[in-house]
Design a protein around this ligand. Structure first.
Ligand code: ZN
Length: 151
């Protein structure tokens, strides 16, 4: 593995990929959205149990590369208990990290994805689950890609 890839696949990412958190369909979900990243073949569905404006519980399911699945897993651990506005703010921070590589120290787990910025093609992998979650929050049960998706 090259030094760059070692940085990309940091321990946090490897760990979430090996032991995904909150994986599978959430029986109590009242919002769902599907994300699709055709350039890499990643798929991700996000299930939310929304109570008022707060994410009481959430899960993801999907398949694809290590970055996409680990990012979705980490996303579920970050968004549980958050309001829609807090979830959007967290996504904004995550997006900043994966596009610039600048990760504040306090963003420990999310910061593991800073290496993604050196692989622009992988940014869509890293943000796929987050986009699906935000779409689920907006109660928009459509795919988050611009390409059509039938299944
Ligand atoms: Zn991918």
């Amino acid at each position: 593995m090259s030094a760059d890839l070692t940085e990309l696949y940091q321990q946090v990412i490897l760990d979430h990929n090996r032991r995904p958190r909150n994986r599978g369909r959430l029986p109590t979900a009242n919002r769902v959205a599907h994300g699709d990243n055709p350039s890499c073949g990643d798929q991700c569905s996000v299930y939310l149990q929304l109570e008022g404006d707060r994410i009481k519980d959430l899960s993801f399911d999907g398949s694809g590369c290590a970055i996409s699945q680990a990012s979705a897993s980490l996303m579920t651990t970050q968004l549980k208990g958050k309001t829609a506005a807090e979830a959007q703010a967290l996504y904004d921070q995550f997006h900043e990290i994966v596009t610039t590589g600048n990760a504040p120290d306090e963003m420990s787990d999310i910061g593991a994805f800073a290496g993604v910025h050196t692989f622009p093609a992988r940014i869509k992998c890293a943000t796929l689950g987050w986009h699906a979650a935000l779409n689920a929050l907006k109660s928009d049960p459509t795919t988050v890609t611009t390409e059509s998706h039938n299944d």
